[in-house]
Unconditional design. Structure first.
Length: 270
């Protein structure tokens, strides 16, 4: 997700990487909807009675130096998302996140916590679909199920909305998200969060897809105006028509984003 408060270098990198996504997609065949390990959502829905479970893990590291103190942050998150098609164009989506976070200062551990974080509930409504172009809205809530005193949640309910656009132009497809989140919290984070991201995907071999993603999001740290920016690349392999496995790598484009994030997961449709 990207935002209004982004530095010029971040803008240049994001535009260049977005262009690379489109160029790669134009050279390779067969479009498809977005999926794990992409962060960007697509405008597609499951259809009435459709059921999907996505489960994945992300392992990240981030190093920064403040006042001659070397700070290293390590994070591991396990996310399970359950989606159900209420109608042909409306899905309800439940997110169940679990995280482990560790912080070291000059190799001394100053924070080490893990547990359930804030559960999310979203509704995706695809309100337009024509000639390979689709639009959707995805309003959502998060509930303060995590322990904010341990850094595992915001301590308050948050809400937001994401606008989603998907376009298929053979031989490629790409997806754009733009949204806002009201980050109500008890941990002194910035409350107004804006952002956008872009993703593309292509089928390079039968049952094997190449995906790419770029984006930025408002920094929740009130003391920083640098927007965390990322670039992501990955693969999706379809074991069967209803079972996918995915691998991805996300790289921070500036110091506000985690340096490296390694992603893996499984998607099952019923």
């Amino acid at each position: 997700m990207a935002l209004i408060l982004m530095d010029r270098m971040g803008v240049r990198k994001t535009i260049c990487l977005a262009a690379v996504i489109v160029m790669i997609a134009c050279l390779l065949p067969a479009p498809a909807f977005a999926a794990r390990p992409l962060i960007t959502d697509d405008a597609g829905t499951l259809g009435k009675g459709g059921f999907q479970v996505e489960s994945g893990i992300e392992v990240s590291d981030h190093r920064q130096d403040f006042d001659d103190v070397a700070t290293k942050e390590y994070g591991t998150s396990w996310n399970t998302t359950v989606s159900y098609g209420l109608t042909d164009n409306i899905d309800i989506v439940l997110g169940l996140p679990y995280e482990k976070a560790k912080v070291e200062e000059d190799d001394v551990t100053v924070h080490d916590e893990d547990g359930l974080t804030d559960v999310t509930l979203e509704v995706k409504w695809r309100f337009l679909e024509k000639d390979g172009f689709a639009l959707a809205l995805k309003p959502g809530l998060s509930f303060p199920t995590g322990n904010d005193k341990k850094g595992l949640g915001t301590g308050r309910m948050t809400y937001g909305m994401v606008f989603i656009a998907t376009k298929e132009l053979e031989p490629f497809a790409f997806h754009l998200n733009a949204g806002y989140k009201r980050n109500e919290n008890r941990v002194d984070e910035r409350k107004d969060i804006w952002g956008a991201d872009l993703a593309g995907e292509v089928e390079i071999l039968k049952s094997l897809k190449l995906v790419a993603n770029v984006g930025m999001v408002t920094n929740t740290d009130r003391e920083s105006s640098t927007a965390p920016a990322f670039a992501l690349g990955g693969l999706i392999y379809s074991i069967t028509e209803n079972i996918d496995i995915d691998l991805g790598y996300k790289r921070g484009l500036n110091r506000a984003e985690a340096d490296n994030t390694y992603i893996g997961g499984l998607t099952i449709k019923f």
